[in-house]
Design a protein around this ligand. Structure first.
Ligand SMILES: Nc1ncnc2c1ncn2[C@@H]1O[C@H](COP(=O)(O)O)[C@@H](O)[C@H]1OP(=O)(O)O
Ligand SMILES: [Mg+2]
Length: 399
């Protein structure tokens, strides 16, 4: 595949180089850390470009989906096409912009596309990707179906603690996408196992706070691009490319004044546990339930104060569901940990090993939140074991 004739209109924000601690592989054991200047501005510009293009592709598919009749709304193929199309597009743009040592950890692979009947879908994806590239005018290139399959499969990297790896969820929140609600294109870069930049494209997120629906921008404009580089803060700009503003998490210190986000889907997070935590904190506002990492974006600009995520037993969190969101919130002054207070570790391959769930808030509220989370988890476990005991008693009485 060749993506030549580059005419990229770059819109990166000029920032001073960031200084942070960089360890040579051997220094993981004992040698002292070396202070080096490290800027990821080229990578950030490429990531913003890739995620914005993918967002446009997804918007086009979602619009067609929502205008279609009821029968085709039950058909999952539009989201399939948009999911693969988004991954192929992001992968192609990144390989063009930053070709050296390309490594991508992404949600999709082409296994299902190679099955019977897959060819027609690959052709639809290829047309969609080519249309998106041409309509943007940045690249003069046409991809073949084979190019598209290769671009999708270049996302098979395992990640890890060494070197650089892009991490992509091509459509985070597929349920929201199908409903016509929130979804996100989430792209991050790992360097030495740490997230060093993240971009969240949220095509349906209002440009103004979702916690103040009466203060919507004129015309209820939607479409936000959040981006963050380690040490450089978090910014948000409209997906149409106009100027960016720096964002900050809320300064709320009183838990009673906090509001919280959680998954729209009860199958993705235990709403009863969140409600118990909110009760302990004295939170008065009802939960704000939205899909995808748009929750991290909204939190980074202070729309709410807390994000609670407690998957049901047995679910393992993937790195592409949190990498971009995590840096977007932490660079905006927030804190992201698991329910035991440990920071998320993105260096262990595709999965995150989290204790019980993920909690997000600002520095001031975190101690209150952490205590409420620990107490609530203990209470829930106790009531569960009481119910099991009662169940065993009943069983004994019946047998
Ligand atoms: N059973 C589950 N528990 C928790 N998260 C899930 C579950 N099934 C899917 N997910 C993931 O939750 C994310 C969306 O979370 P939310 O509902 O908070 O927006 C998606 O990445 C989705 O994965 P997938 O992308 O494979 O559908
Ligand atoms: Mg996802």
């Amino acid at each position: 595949m060749s993506l030549n004739c580059l005419r990229l209109v770059c819109h990166s924000i000029k920032k001073p180089p960031v200084f942070h601690l960089s360890y040579s592989p051997s220094s993981y054991s004992s040698s002292p850390a070396v202070l080096v200047s490290m800027s990821y501005s080229k990578e950030l510009a490429a990531a913003k470009k890739a995620a914005s293009l993918a967002a446009r592709l997804c918007q086009k598919v979602q619009k067609a989906l929502l205008q279609s009749d009821v029968q085709s709304k039950n058909d999952k193929s539009p989201v399939t096409v948009a999911d693969y199309g988004s991954q192929a597009l992001v992968s192609s743009v990144l390989q063009q912009e930053i070709p050296a040592d390309f490594s991508l950890v992404a949600e999709e692979d082409s296994k299902d596309l190679r099955k019977d009947g897959g060819q027609e879908i690959v052709e639809r994806i290829t047309k969609l990707v080519n249309d998106s590239i041409t309509s943007d005018g940045s690249y003069n290139v046409t991809l073949s179906t084979e190019d598209v399959i290769k671009a999708i499969d270049s996302g098979r990297s395992e990640g890890g603690s060494q070197g650089r790896h892009w991490v992509l969820d091509p459509i985070d929140g597929t349920k929201g996408f199908l409903r016509g609600d929130q979804y996100a294109i989430a792209l991050a870069l790992l360097d030495g196992g740490k997230v060093v930049l993240g971009v969240l494209a949220c095509p349906n997120l209002p440009l103004t706070s979702i916690s103040a629906p009466d203060q919507h921008s004129p015309n209820n404009e939607v479409g936000c691009l959040f981006f963050a580089e380690v040490g450089g803060g978090t910014y948000m700009q409209p997906l149409d490319g106009s100027s960016a503003v720096k964002v900050q998490v809320t300064a709320v210190e009183n838990p009673e004044e906090a509001s919280f986000f959680e998954s729209y889907e009860a199958a993705h997070s235990m709403h009863d546990l969140s409600s118990l935590i909110a009760q302990k904190l004295g939170v008065k506002a009802p939960p704000v339930r939205i899909d995808s990492q748009a929750k991290y974006g909204a939190l980074s600009r202070g729309d709410g104060a807390i994000y609670l995520r407690f998957p049901h037993k047995g679910y393992r969190e993937k790195i592409w569901d949190h990498a971009a969101g995590c840096i977007v919130v932490t660079e905006a002054g927030g804190v992201v940990t698991d329910a035991a207070g440990k920071p998320l570790d993105f260096s262990r391959g595709n999965y995150l090993d989290v204790d019980t769930g993920i909690i997000v808030t600002n520095q001031k509220l975190m101690p209150f939140l952490f205590n409420a989370v620990r107490e609530s988890i203990k209470e829930k476990a106790a009531s569960l074991s009481r119910r099991i005991d009662v169940g065993i008693c009943w069983e004994r009485q019946l047998t």
